[in-house]
Design a protein around this ligand. Structure first.
Ligand code: GLN
Length: 290
């Protein structure tokens, strides 16, 4: 005789998962459990709260188990559910792109402020290392502009195009596969350069959280060297440009002094640094001359 299959209910399965996540040291354990269950059932979070006694179907339970297993293996929640929120937009993510971070929103704020303050008609923008496209898309969702967004990864560019199509944009974005470090891009035609470059020194990558180093793309995290290659190439191009663009770059935690030294070497003196919400210098702005 076959054993009766247990019927799981919403609240009960959430509690069991929350405990399992806690034991593994996964933070926001209850929220993780809820979002994975929503992904398995197709429900909204509010619907879970309203239906704690709801029995789950066998298919829902087996899908949910798969998701929980992946999370217990430290795969980021965003890769399992396939999306995240950034600058009020839904951005699809997969293992080919960095998961957009909240601190990067400051880069968008500063870029949009600059566009609005200067009453640009149609600024021409270059984004270096677009990944999921989150930066270009957030700018284009809020300003009329033309953006060339480049990335070395074909898979990232494919996803960024899908993300752009899924959001309603005021600006136009051209996504291009291009190796910025090897290529010979000129800044001459651009009003604005924006980038969240791979800035983690390669030696630090293995010491990052498992969620990050075992799952996020290596070349979205690091330049394979000291984490400064992109800045140096950007400063070189900036210095060699006659009509300089305004440049907005994200900085890694604790990189301020290093970057200031390099700016001094390049004799770049006209810049600003902006702190993020937890007071870490996060955005570097170089003044343009256009
Ligand atoms: N522009 C993307 C982001 O900020 C990707 C950045 C990267 O891969 N270094 O999320």
């Amino acid at each position: 005789m076959s054993e009766a299959v247990k019927t799981w209910h919403v609240l009960e399965i959430l509690k069991v998962t929350e405990e399992a996540f806690l034991k593994k040291g996964i933070s926001n354990s209850r929220l993780n459990a809820e979002l994975l269950l929503c992904h398995a059932t197709g429900d909204k979070r509010i619907e879970l709260y309203l239906n704690y006694d709801k029995p789950l179907t066998q298919i829902e339970v087996s899908n949910y188990r798969e998701f929980v297993k992946r999370r217990l293996n430290f795969e980021p929640l965003q890769y399992i559910i396939g999306k995240t929120e950034f600058y009020g937009l839904t951005i699809n993510v997969n293992k080919n792109v960095l998961i957009p971070r909240q601190e990067t929103e400051l880069l968008i704020d500063k870029t949009l402020e600059y566009i609005n303050d200067n009453k640009f008609k149609l600024p021409k923008i270059l984004e270096i290392g677009t990944g999921s496209g989150c930066i270009a898309i957030s700018i284009a969702a809020n300003a009329e502009c033309i953006i060339n967004a480049i990335d070395i990864s074909i898979e990232a560019i494919e996803l960024a195009k899908v993300n752009a199509a899924n959001n309603s944009l005021k600006g136009e974005i051209n996504f291009l596969v291009s190796d910025f470090l090897k290529g010979d891009i000129s800044f001459e035609e651009y009003d604005i350069i924006v980038s969240n470059p791979p800035y983690i020194p390669s030696v630090e990558v293995p010491h990052l959280n498992t969620e990050v180093h075992a799952f996020e793309p290596y070349f979205a995290l690091t330049d394979g060297a000291d984490g400064l290659k992109f800045y140096i190439k950007i400063f070189e191009l900036y210095n060699s440009t006659y009509k300089k663009p305004q440049v907005f770059l994200e900085l890694g935690d604790g990189k301020k002094n290093n970057i200031i030294k390099i700016l001094n070497n390049f004799k770049i003196t006209d810049y600003n640094l902006y702190n993020d919400l937890i007071k870490i210098p996060r955005v570097l702005e170089l003044k343009g001359s256009r």
